[in-house]
Design a protein around this ligand. Sequence first.
Ligand code: URP
Ligand code: ZN
Ligand code: ZN
Ligand code: ZN
Length: 484
Amino acid sequence: MTKVIKNGTIVTADLTYQADVKIADGKIIEIGADLSGDEIIDAAGCYIMPGGIDPHTHLEMPFMGTHSTDDFASGTRAALAGGTTMVVDFCLPAPGESLLDALKVWDNKSAQASCDYSFHMAITWWGEQVFDEMKIITEEKGINTFKHFLAYKGALMVNDDELYSSFKRCAELGATPLVHAENGDVIAELTAQLLEQGNTGPEGHAYSRPTQVEGEATNRAIMIADMAGAPLYVVHTSCEEAHEAIRRAKMQGKRVWGEPLVQHLVLDESEYFHEDWDHAARRVMSPPFRNKQHQDSLWAGLASGTLSCVATDHCAFTTEQKRFGLGDFSKIPNGTGGLEDRLPVLWTKGVNTGRITMNEFVAVTSTNIAKILNCYPQKGAVLVGSDADLIVWDPNASKTITADAQASAIDYNVFEGIEVLGLPRYVLTRGYMAVDKGVIKAKEGHGEFVARDANASVNTALSKWKDLTAPRPVERSGIPATGV
Ligand code: URP
Ligand code: ZN
Ligand code: ZN
Ligand code: ZN
């Protein structure tokens, strides 16, 4: 049984051209003119693009005394509804827990996924067991990325010595470290101070995490990665100070990538000063939303290539869960949704305004991360042999975003009321039609784990350079006698 997408324009990270796409057994088997097949999918007036890849989700995440409400069932359904065909979730061992045990938990949870997925492994503590298991995770479990939190003191945060040890281990294994870069020590001090002064509302969350805590931690992580000989992927880059550190590192030839979230590109800090407590608390996430200057910096980074990927950090809590923090902002579960809205919002605010091109849109929503994570061109491409994870994108379809109509399981949407122009008409996940003329037909359990090998070309090149430039003793012929 073959399917052919006809009459559309293929848009990839580097090309825009007219051709049909033929699919069989979940793969693209032919691209060309006048193809025939058993089933025809009409893409007239539409763009055919690689499905979105969201490299940053927390589905059913145990966090701040609760679990994020969207699990792999509702979360991947929401992803497909918005044109995202692969998510990369964070496997999160509790401090002291075996990485392999945590992975079993994530394997079980992800059985519900209706689109493909992969995992990053979080390093939440350090010891010989973690050091040993990192090798198994990398060489046998198909995970080549390790996440480190510099925030959440007393919970997930690691210190600089642990960070350096883990980054060095990543370098040895050909893996890539990721970092949540905010200075957890300073945040803890500021939080205590603010609460003591009576700043207990959600605006306190923004005050407790100024851009300096992010800029400092981003620069620190970059320098530590460089000394450890590892590349570095910085998640949820939200401000100019962090972008500046990444930009400078890139100009110095360091292998560093930055990931703005669609929320930070579009929503600003005024949300935390809303007079409705629920409205403000629903938007509490780390780092917090920033002002327009920071947003402009992030958009410029996407256009210039100093920032590489747009993610969501989808970590969705209900209003009831957010109310755990009534009277103390530090207890509001951190996280927002966005999986379903990432592509339509980025297209509307980015492509339709001329801030980014269609090809850049594909690059930052799909192709760049597939390359960084070493799963390109299985994912992130419209090429013969690639998985048929495809969107038929209708640039003239529009809707107003509303929680009532969303696939996500929570009771609000941080993009509520935004009008988007540009939506998927069809979404295919390995050839299966998960969105059919806008109707979601996601199939629970269809999603498969995407294994990713270590030693991607960037890791290998960096190791080679670091070996070549490593400290070496000077060979001296005449050694002076010591002592008298
Ligand atoms: O507030 C956020 N971002 N919640 C999810 C966990 C994290 O820090 O990524
Ligand atoms: Zn749990
Ligand atoms: Zn984070
Ligand atoms: Zn996150």
